[in-house]
Ligand binder design. Structure first.
Ligand code: GAL
Length: 704
């Protein structure tokens, strides 16, 4: 059951508009700074802040001492200025006194070492003691601020799992046994699912079930046990979130709840499809990937957020105005990039644009992380850009963008948290598999081909799309294999990647040839059968580390040793075979690498090897491209559709320079420009623009 979609109201006359602001940590500054904060927020058009995320020790400085006065004062000031508060449960970082009194709440690492306090989330999600303290805080906040009109949403925790995703404490061990008992019902079922006949892992009772602690040397964990441990950790944190939410909701039921996900760069920590059911609106923290993939990666993460939000608008809870401080090299954003990134999030369905954080810290681990008000102060290029962004968002709000929904693409790339976790197992043909990276490569390849795909959780309903792509969806249950086969049989196009459908939800390999998902059903969709995998790489010195394809493509890691299945020769079109020196050396010459198969009313494609992005793009363009609407692939375009005050449908079109370095033309747009950022007119062409580096054009038009 999914919770009903509820969006926080702003303190604007009609409660609407794009929420703009950031994490605000006034408790880290003397109160003398607060008035200037408010004055600058107003100047920047800030209308919302996330407050008290890390304020536990300030609110409860000792076990029996509570101090809300400062919070009362700042909330009042914000309210007077028309700035809404997204109030945190304040539990993301616990006070030192709690750890001193109750060291048993601390998590342990896989070696059994205590994880020391001093950072964030130094608590075990299965610790009943910690939960008691956290829920007491939630109740106090709900009692005090539940009726406060300035507080318009609840921000529960912060980035659950950032520091306590894997806990190997004794309380986790006990909870894991209970979790397994609930999942499997009987110990026989668990033995069967985990394949415990292997290495004498058979258990006679749930009390013998272990969490995968370090077992010495390079010992490999049973992958089914590991996958369950990932699910368990996800579930424990989700339970913790729900307990905090419910504690507040029991006192204050009428304000929406969220918690910030971490969908970006290399992170996709939780099974966010599940989490999305438990929030009233989904929100995300997105940190950019430096380099040429910056905008594409942002778009791909946002596409997944759109999928998690099931088409509804979603919330950027954090992103950065410029560089972060937690990577080996922290690139700053160039001029115009701050505005471009924020507008790109809006282009992909966000109705809230927030940063970490409002004022750049003076002390602590994040002093060199960028913020809305930098160390240099308000007289700075960065703050001027923050103000410029505020104006653009205001213009979009005034044009009624809030609540409009993204236009769907024809194709959905399917994302699956289980597969993301499973590809990290050390027991696969290669340790270089990565589901999320392959999703991203496919996403970028669609853009390269002048198309755009959505990204949708596997468990959701994607039956309305024409095309689904399954890149390294390693884990497929029988039920999912059936859904995919039915989709193809009824006219859909299914693209199956090289390492898709190899194991079921218990990491059991499907037999009879790969991919064995669904007892061979996926093979039937493809008409192709793989017997072995050919794994290559630079590590094997003196061996060919790449294998070419007859269409000029190149594979550098994995080639399925496949043949057309018996009786399928007439229905399978071999689009490319392995060819050339590498192929001959590995005895793959002439074998099918890329195939298309008619299945029912639809089609099953098999991409039997990893390919470079440009090769995937050529495949996408050749098979799914539309020559009649061939656009410059350096121009990114999205559309949001809403309804105006008279009930007419309106379209908001977003054009972004995907460049990144060269200008790109918007040859002919329709509608009225709302925002022109780093955007130049074209002499003599009223509806043409040139987008400079980091350029964005947003237009509005009536559709009916
Ligand atoms: C997030 C976190 C913020 C801040 C930010 C820095 O993970 O939620 O509190 O630490 O990263 O990039």
């Amino acid at each position: 059951m999914r919770r009903e979609f509820r969006w926080p109201r702003l303190l604007t006359p009609n409660g609407g508009g794009i929420a703009y602001g950031g994490d605000y940590n006034p408790d880290q500054w003397p109160e003398s700074v607060w008035n200037e904060d408010i004055e600058l927020m107003r100047r920047a058009h800030v209308n919302t802040v996330a407050l008290a995320i890390f304020s536990w020790s300030r609110i409860q400085p000792r076990e029996d001492e509570w101090d809300f006065d400062w919070l009362d004062r700042i909330i009042a000031k914000l309210g007077e200025a028309g700035i809404a508060v997204d109030l945190a449960s304040a539990t993301a970082s616990a006070p030192m006194w709690l750890y001193e009194r109750h060291p048993e709440v601390l998590p342990r690492d896989r070696f059994g070492h205590v994880v020391n306090p001093g950072s964030r989330q130094s608590w075990s999600p299965t610790s009943p003691v910690f939960k008691e303290y956290a829920l007491a805080m939630c109740r106090r906040l709900a009692e005090r601020y539940g009726d406060n009109p300035t507080v318009t949403a609840w921000h529960i925790g912060n980035e659950y799992g950032w520091n306590n995703r894997h806990d190997y404490s004794d309380s986790a061990q006990a909870a894991f046994r209970d979790w397994c008992e609930r999942r499997y019902g009987s110990v026989e079922a668990l033995n069967d699912a985990w394949g415990t006949a292997f290495w004498s892992q058979h258990v006679n009772s749930f009390s013998e079930v272990l969490i995968p602690r370090h077992m010495g040397g390079d010992s490999m964990v049973n992958p089914a046990q590991q996958l369950d441990f990932e699910r368990f950790g996800n579930d424990m944190l989700l339970d913790f979130y729900k307990a905090e939410r419910d504690a507040i909701e029991a006192i204050c039921p009428d304000k929406p709840f969220t918690t910030n996900f971490m969908v970006s760069t290399d992170q996709c920590v939780m099974d966010y499809a599940q989490w999305s059911d438990e929030v009233d609106f989904v929100s995300n923290d997105h940190y950019f990937h430096e380099g040429e993939s910056h905008l594409d990666e942002l778009a791909c993460s946002d596409a997944l957020m759109g999928g998690l939000a099931q088409g509804k608008p979603w919330y950027v809870m954090e992103h950065s105005t410029s560089g972060v401080q937690w990577k080996p090299l922290n690139a700053r954003k160039r001029h115009g990039e701050l505005v471009r990134d924020a507008l790109a999030h809006v282009a992909f369905g966000a109705d809230a644009i927030n940063f970490f954080q409002w004022r750049q810290s003076r002390s602590g681990a994040e002093a060199f992380h960028s913020a809305m008000v930098p160390h240099a102060g308000a007289d700075s290029a960065l703050f001027r850009e923050v103000c410029e962004l505020g104006e653009s968002l205001q213009a979009l709000s005034d044009a009624g963008i809030q609540g409009s929904e993204m236009e769907r693409s024809r194709a959905a790339i399917l994302f699956h948290a289980d597969s993301e976790w499973a590809t990290r197992s050390e027991t696969l043909p290669t340790m270089k598999l990565n589901h999320w990276h392959d999703v991203r490569d496919w996403y970028r390849a669609f853009l390269d081909a002048g198309l755009r795909a959505d990204v949708t959780p596997l468990r959701d309903d994607w039956s309305g799309y024409d095309i689904i792509v399954l890149p390294t969806v390693l884990v497929l249950s029988d039920a999912d294999a059936r859904r995919i086969a039915e989709f193809a049989a009824s006219g859909g196009t299914v693209v199956v990647g090289y390492a898709t459908g190899l194991v079921d939800e218990s990491f059991r390999v499907g037999l009879g040839g790969y991919p064995g998902a669904g007892g061979g059903l996926l093979r039937d969709v493809l008409g192709v059968r793989t017997e072995e995998f050919n794994i290559v790489g630079d590590e094997a010195q003196g061996e060919a580390s790449a294998v070419g394809l007859s269409n000029g493509a190149c594979s550098r890691l994995w080639q399925s040793v496949a043949t057309v299945a018996d009786g399928e020769a007439d229905d399978v079109a071999v689009l490319a075979t392995y060819e050339g020196e590498g192929a001959e050396d590995w005895e793959l010459g002439g074998m099918p690498a890329l195939t298309r198969h008619a299945y029912g009313a639809g089609v099953g494609y098999y991409v039997g090897c990893d390919l470079r992005r440009e090769d995937i793009a050529r495949f996408v363009e050749a098979e799914f491209g539309d020559a009649s609407i061939r656009a410059d692939s350096r121009l990114m375009h999205t559309r949001r559709i809403g309804v105006d005050e008279n009930g007419n449908r309106v379209a908001f079109d977003f054009y972004l320079n995907r460049g990144p370095k060269k200008p790109v033309n918007v040859p002919e747009f329709t509608g009225v420009p709302l925002v022109e950022h780093r955007c130049a007119p074209v002499a003599g062409v009223a509806h043409g623009r040139v987008l400079q580096r980091n350029g964005v054009l947003i237009t509005r038009q009536r559709l009916d």
